[in-house]
Write a protein that binds this ligand. Structure first.
Ligand code: UT7
Length: 325
């Protein structure tokens, strides 16, 4: 049966110029390159300068995605920005990106699901495109998590970085089969009982301050592998596909150990796993589009490939999406 699919037309990303190594951090807090590499796989992260706000990063990533798609920004009628680090409490970063690109029509809004934000944003854009409510969507994941960090807390400040990535999705007719190009399924979950395991201790409605990121890392770790493997399995079931059909597994880049344990549990071969956590650290909602763009740029992800994205973040929120590129 013919149906509208959300097909990837272009991909782009942007990283701040400044990189910070593990040794740089070891000069500030009681940590070491060895500890960080062994426990997380992270070797460096990019950190935004004061003039590089989330919208600045997002606009650059969006421009790269539009250029890759070869389409004019004016034809975009939906902008969704997944972020937990907006430039301002309001207006949304998405409207700032919209204005920065000169887009004057359609809708723009932010989506906040922390590290799962990009998966949530792809799923949301897909619902708009699949119902005909929009025709071309710009889906951005952009973060400046460095501004939420307590730089005295070694248990969190070594983990995160800044950056942005974007996809251009376009509504195109498909057959309703797993062989169609586009978003084949998305699976979103949340469970607010876990909200105090990963949170920011401030906000406009409580302290009136931005607050700092707090995390019970071990608890998040424990929950992560089981939850993401569940939603990936459900995506396979929903589409009649298996781990063997997959060309690329592009997980949220929080911790190499979580990624490899998830891939092993799902029976996904290690060579199909796209890893950028070593170079980018955890960039929250930006990590998946940054990894997608890295794998597109180096020629790994090609048109027709089957790509699984998945993430878990504060809330907890988690989800997966299966995309035929
Ligand atoms: O993106 C959202 C999702 N977030 C995540 O997925 C993060 C999930 N959690 C993790 O990735 C891991 O739990 C961490 C990387 C955060 C921590 O790894 P861990 O293996 O769970 O270590 P731990 O918290 O059990 O800490 C082990 C030891 C502790 O010392 P003691 O109590 O054994 O003496 C910590 O105090 O390591 C110590 N430690 C550090 N040592 C050096 C904690 N942070 C550091 C550090 N450098 N930066």
């Amino acid at each position: 049966m013919t149906r509208l699919r959300s097909v990837v037309r272009g991909c782009g990303s942007y990283l701040p110029r400044t990189t910070v190594t593990n040794d740089d951090l070891a000069a500030r807090v009681d940590t070491s390159d060895d500890w960080i590499v062994q426990r997380t796989g992270i070797r460096q992260r990019h950190i935004a300068q004061p003039d590089e706000t989330t919208s600045v990063l997002g606009i650059k990533a969006a421009r790269a995605a539009l250029e890759d798609a070869g389409i004019d920004a004016a034809s975009i009628d939906l902008v969704i920005c997944a972020t937990s680090t907006p430039d301002h409490t309001f207006p949304s970063t998405a409207t700032q990106i919209q204005a920065g690109l000169g887009i004057q029509t359609g809708a723009a809004f932010d989506l906040q699901a922390v590290c799962a934000g990009f998966v949530y944003a792809v799923a949301t854009a897909d619902k708009f495109l699949a119902t005909g409510a929009a025709t071309r969507a710009l889906v951005v994941g952009a973060e400046t998590f460095s501004r939420l960090l307590d730089w005295e807390d070694r248990t969190t400040c070594v983990l995160f970085g800044d950056g942005a990535g974007a996809l251009v999705l376009e509504a195109q007719a498909g057959e309703g089969l797993a062989s169609d190009r586009g978003v084949l399924t998305s699976q979103l979950r949340s469970d607010g009982r876990h909200r105090e395991k990963l949170y920011v201790d401030g906000g406009p409605g409580s302290t009136g301050t931005t607050g700092k990121l707090r995390m019970v890392g071990k608890e998040v770790f424990r929950f992560a592998v089981g939850s993401v493997t569940d939603v990936v399995t459900q995506a396979f079931e929903a589409t009649g596909t298996t781990a063997d059909d997959l060309d690329w597994f592009v997980p949220h880049q929080a911790n190499r150990r979580i990624i490899e344990a998830s891939a092993d549990k799902l029976g996904i071969a290690r060579e199909k796993v796209v890893l950028t956590v070593d170079r980018h650290g955890n960039t929250s909602a930006a990590s998946i589009p940054l990894a997608l763009d890295a794998a597109c740029r180096d020629g790994r992800i090609k048109r027709g490939d089957l790509v699984m994205i998945e993430a878990i973040g504060g809330g907890f929120t988690w989800g997966s999406a299966l995309i035929r590129w």
